[in-house]
Design a protein around this ligand. Sequence first.
Ligand code: BJ8
Length: 425
Amino acid sequence: MSQDYRKMWESLGLDLPAHDALLEVLGKGYKDIFMAQENRPKGMSYFDFVISEVHGLRVKELLDEKAAGRKIIGSFCVFVPEEIVRAADATLVGLCTGADFATEEVEKLLPRNTCALIKSAFGFKLGKVCPYIESADMIVGENTCDGKKKSYETLNGLVKYLYVMDLPQTKSSQGRALLKAEYIRFKEEVEKLTGVKIDAARLKKGIEIVNSKRKAIHRLNSLRKADPVPISGLDALLANQVYFYDDPGRFTKSINALCDELEKRVQKGEGVFPKGTPRILLSGCPMAVPNWKVPWIIESSGGTIVGEESCVGERGTRNLVDDSGSTAEELMDAIVDRHFQIDCAIFTPNPDRLQHATEMFRGYNANGIIHYSLQFCQPYLMESIPVEKALEAKNIPTLRVETDYSMEDVGQLKTRVEAFIEQLK
Ligand code: BJ8
């Protein structure tokens, strides 16, 4: 870390010894997993820097923004529309949900059989180790799966300002109407929080910022179609994770610079793994920082990940918002239309997701799909069985894994993944 941020963390009420311990584990995991990779693109040094400063410089920037009168909004889901937040000159950050922390404390408030992602959000709050949740002026929860929905009732008592957004469960006209009503209500809440009236010009600006970020990621994704692949799945996942934290303008520039380098690699036929390495599409639950276990297992077992059908991946970033509208209402409609296409497993039925996974499998020239669910995640676990059957009926080799954030099952998972990759060869 470039500076001593202890005073800043103290002012946010963090538990410094616990936070030191977290940073030490994170730093070691990063070194062992990311820095040990060979032939990484030079452009990844920016992302290494971001991660090394994820609780330092980035938090300081957010606090500087707050001092200048801007608001910080924290979120747990890609349904929270960043365009609206940006339109009010506020900043949206993804909240930490990718590691176990303070599990004993968490299990005093939540059932043990709650998914690791929800427990992690609580663990970071209860353990006082997340500078983002402590910096946020408002935290947005969303009524998606039952676990999140019910846990927000408890989270409400732990944070200053929790705003809960209702979400549809069906892709029907009533579902769209609900999403639209909820986005309008959210816009009004953001206006109240920031004191900014969001008009068409502001919405256009918000849309432009977020679309640019998405376009840069689309460019990165299209380069991953090459064989040999110019960037590892781990590094591409990292870029998708940083998407939720970084300053959007700087992020877009850094991804585009990385893509310039990757384009040259593709032209020269250079890659991070030899040509012909089995190509895996990951599909399932989102992988928040620092949840790198399954990708690390895959890429240290003779395979490479070429795409993520995930909210930290293409489910979260595909489709742009149409910015051609000229009134606030038209632009709000465009924001609703774009987000209504997100094929999260909380929707029933949810055929679009299977369709998207199949398209991605073909588009990224993948050889197999690994379906990843967190233990106790009912939506993705329930969906994983029909999805696996349907993919196999299309002759797409599929491996279904169910895991959590602990390292206890690494050996067993590695054996299964190695056998799957061997079969793909
Ligand atoms: S749009 S995937 S980010 S809800 S893993 S908490 S589903 S029990 S994260 Fe998600 Fe929004 Fe959907 Fe995407 Fe529940 Fe499952 Fe836990 Fe999950």
